[in-house]
Design a protein around this ligand. Structure first.
Ligand SMILES: O=c1[nH]c(=O)c2ncn([C@@H]3O[C@H](COP(=O)(O)OP(=O)(O)OP(=O)(O)O)[C@@H](O)[C@H]3O)c2[nH]1
Ligand SMILES: [Mg+2]
Length: 204
């Protein structure tokens, strides 16, 4: 399939995660896109049945594009811990239970590392961003940021596992970091920088 370009205009953010909505708006709105989230549009949350970040990203964007008739952008992301063989990975949200408790999820990461007597605390955040058009055309881009985990959790500025993640070359966690700084180096920013290739705008 040939690559398709996305014209500035209304874009549906196919996510129910408020932290992601904030970060996706910060990335796309300066480029002239009007981002409307699945929360605002009251879209159904599809079940994430694929076994990869890119698969789940496409699944979520496709559901939103079909429901709205508009191009939809989705984000499937998670924390991959080396000593836990990449867990929680695509199950990062599910590790927090329902209703979500990320302090419990971070504690679970810590206890699993301790149970293995792990000395390697390296980890990375992964993000797949997908854009799907109502006719089914899809584009997907994966990014990551490498770093390590530190306990106990520190900072309340990000979301999810941010309070235990320290990016390479940094000393503070994503939870302690100024949001603009996180946006510039995150897994989401890395995927976004690749996605820019399909954005038809003179602002990139
Ligand atoms: O500390 C974090 N900083 C980040 O920058 C980040 N990006 C993702 N995550 C976590 O990874 C899971 C994604 O799961 P996920 O892609 O299924 O998203 P979600 O279910 O929250 O919303 P939706 O987009 O599916 O509606 C969720 O647990 C997120 O908290 C992050 N944690
Ligand atoms: Mg999800």
């Amino acid at each position: 399939m040939t690559q398709r370009f996305l014209e500035p205009g209304e874009l549906v953010a196919a996510t129910h995660n408020k932290g992601k909505v904030k970060e996706l708006k910060a990335l796309f709105e300066p480029l002239g896109f009007v981002v409307r989230s699945a929360i605002e549009l009251d879209l159904e949350e599809p079940e994430e049945t694929e076994d990869s970040f890119t698969g789940n990203a496409i699944l979520k964007a496709k559901a939103a594009a079909l429901a709205t008739g508009r191009p939809a952008l989705s984000d499937d992301s998670g924390l991959a811990v080396t000593a836990l063989d990449g867990a929680p990975g695509i199950y990062s949200a599910r590790w927090a239970g329902e209703p979500r408790d990320f302090y419990a999820a971070m504690e679970k990461v810590r206890s699993e590392l301790e149970a293995k007597s792990a000395t390697d605390y390296s980890a990375r955040f992964v993000c797949a961003l997908a854009i799907v058009w109502p006719d089914g055309h899809e584009e997907v881009f994966e990014g990551d940021v490498k770093g390590h985990l530190e306990f106990p959790p520190r900072g309340d500025r990000g979301f999810g596992y941010d309070p235990i993640f320290v990016a390479e070359g940094e000393t503070i966690t994503f939870g302690e970091m100024d949001p603009d700084r996180k946006h510039a180096m995150s897994h989401r920013a890395d995927a976004f920088n690749k996605l820019k290739a399909v954005l038809k705008t003179d602002k990139v």
